[in-house]
Design a protein around this ligand. Structure first.
Ligand SMILES: NCc1[nH]cc(CCC(=O)O)c1CC(=O)O
Length: 303
């Protein structure tokens, strides 16, 4: 019997659920036992200051610190929270099959049935910008906090609706409150949304190999293309950039958008190409978007 692998996870319901799913899948496929190690990250204790700390990257960095310190063997993150530039000491050992990539509206009715002036909460410039294209007459308010806190603002009447990732809502078992799941055609998700990232130290070849059991090549190609758009636009998780790719293992279809936060102008482009060239596909699409003024739209954001 080998010792169980230590999986470092934040203690929130969303984090422990996604870690638990990966742990079970890994054990089923490899026979290796996995033990969850709860970690309280700096981002969890200073949530109020997340903006100053540089967004959700703080959760990722804290878990990576535990890997580097040898406290845990591997970690699971929401892929969309990863910076586009990989730390070379850390291997992205697996990207499991993606859950629902779409955004969802939590509230009493669908977006088109909300009354003019209704208050919609979302902290994401990407969501606000695309929502303004659909409903310019609503009032969009920035919100922070975990998904439960955000949904609580609808329950309390402080907001009429909030927009969150469908995958996150499923992980905290709150899909019952969804009024509408946006099709990717009307609301492009964040690059990597709905997918998970499994990381370990890059020099642990045995572990990189073992963890590859839960890798899904179709998801990996899709998110490689999406993240490559983001990297080429030199944008981060707070940018008004949406991207979604899907494919059959041979051909990958990729669509991306950059929207001015006032929702007045946007650049949107689609392309397709061979799956193994996912990164180049994303880079080329970003270049074509920049040629149509995408960087000017982003330059208008407060950096
Ligand atoms: N930025 C926070 C975050 N990171 C991952 C998810 C949801 C799950 C996912 O996208 O995989 C969320 C919440 C949200 O955007 O609603």
């Amino acid at each position: 019997m080998s010792t169980p692998l230590r999986l470092g996870t934040r203690r929130s319901l969303m984090a422990t659920t996604q870690s638990g799913i990966v742990a079970e899948r890994l054990t089923a496929l490899t026979g290796r036992e996995v033990e969850l190690v709860g970690v309280t990250t700096f981002g969890d204790v200073s949530r109020a200051h997340l903006t100053q700390l540089g967004g959700t990257g703080v959760f990722v960095n804290d878990l990576r610190g535990r890997l580097l310190a040898g406290e845990v063997d591997f970690a699971v993150h929401s892929l969309k929270d990863l910076p586009t530039k990989q730390d070379e000491r850390i291997a992205l050992a697996a990207i499991p099959e993606r859950d629902d990539p779409r955004d969802a509206l939590v509230g009493p009715v669908r977006l088109r049935d909300l009354p003019p002036g209704a208050r919609v909460g979302t902290g994401s410039p990407r969501r606000v910008a695309q929502l303004r294209l659909l409903r310019p007459d609503l009032d969009y308010l920035p919100i922070r906090g975990n998904a439960d806190t955000r949904i609580g603002k609808v329950t309390s009447g402080e907001l009429d609706a909030v927009v969150l990732a469908a995958a996150g809502l499923a992980r905290i078992r709150r899909t019952g409150e969804i009024a509408q799941v946006f099709e990717v055609g009307e609301m492009l998700p964040a690059p990597g949304q709905g997918a998970l990232a499994v990381e370990c130290l890059a020099d642990r070849d045995d572990l990189v190999e073992l963890l590859s059991a839960v890798d899904d090549p179709l998801t990996r190609a899709a998110v490689d293309a999406e993240r490559s758009v983001l990297a080429a636009l030199e944008a981060g998780c707070a940018a008004p950039v949406g991207a979604f790719a899907s494919g059959d293992g041979h051909i990958l279809n990729l669509t991306a958008t950059v929207v001015a936060v006032d929702g007045a102008r946007s650049v949107r482009k689609s392309t397709s190409g061979p799956s193994p060239a996912a990164v180049e596909l994303g880079r080329e699409l970003a270049a074509a978007m920049i040629a149509e003024g995408a960087d000017t739209l982003m330059g208008e954001q407060a950096h």
